[in-house]
Write a protein that binds this ligand. Structure first.
Ligand SMILES: [Ca+2]
Ligand SMILES: [Ca+2]
Length: 173
């Protein structure tokens, strides 16, 4: 009897460890939003929660439905939760986080904006000597220009209002 309880305890511990190491959420707290129609006083739960670190989150509309999505590149994949209401969907696995895989793109090097003007947010970063973007986070990198200035000084935004983002560069001096 004692042995079987011990074994059961071990089995449970192993299951918890497996779930944790596979990145599965063990009842992660749900994301919450405060809305204008309650004077921003009440937190309303979204259907989704996640154990991914919030430092790797970005908030843009990647599928063009007019609702802000939650994006992460945690553990080497561009993923997003549509409207913060759906579970993570993988957009891309080609640009692994160099912190974990050694040959990818760092979170700090990612920039977000609509470069091709399709109303879906694109992901911009330096890649193999060029500044590139992946449209809506999906597919192959599209080369924009040589990455001849440091990414730390580069940002993107639609500065002329033509709905396609430009590359902004702040020279060192
Ligand atoms: Ca959206
Ligand atoms: Ca786009």
């Amino acid at each position: 009897m004692k042995t079987s309880i011990l074994l059961l305890g071990k089995a449970v511990a192993v299951l918890i460890l497996l779930a944790a190491s596979s990145g599965l959420a063990i009842a992660q707290p749900k994301w919450q939003v405060a809305k204008h129609n309650t004077d921003y006083q009440e937190w309303q739960r979204l259907p989704v929660g996640s154990g991914f670190p919030v430092e790797t989150f970005a908030f843009h509309d990647f599928d063009g439905d007019g609702k802000t999505d939650v994006f992460t590149s945690y553990r080497g994949a561009f993923q997003y939760s549509s409207g913060g209401r759906n579970s993570w969907r993988t957009l891309n696995t080609r640009f692994s986080d160099s912190n974990t895989h050694g040959n990818g793109v760092d979170w700090e090097d990612l920039r977000f904006g609509d470069i091709d003007g399709d109303r879906k947010t694109d992901v911009f970063f330096p890649w193999k000597g060029n500044f590139v973007y992946v449209s809506a986070g999906k597919g192959d990198p599209i080369i924009l220009r040589k990455a001849d200035v440091p990414i730390e000084h580069v940002f993107i935004g639609d500065f002329d209002g033509d709905r396609k983002a430009e590359i902004f560069y702040k020279p060192r001096r």
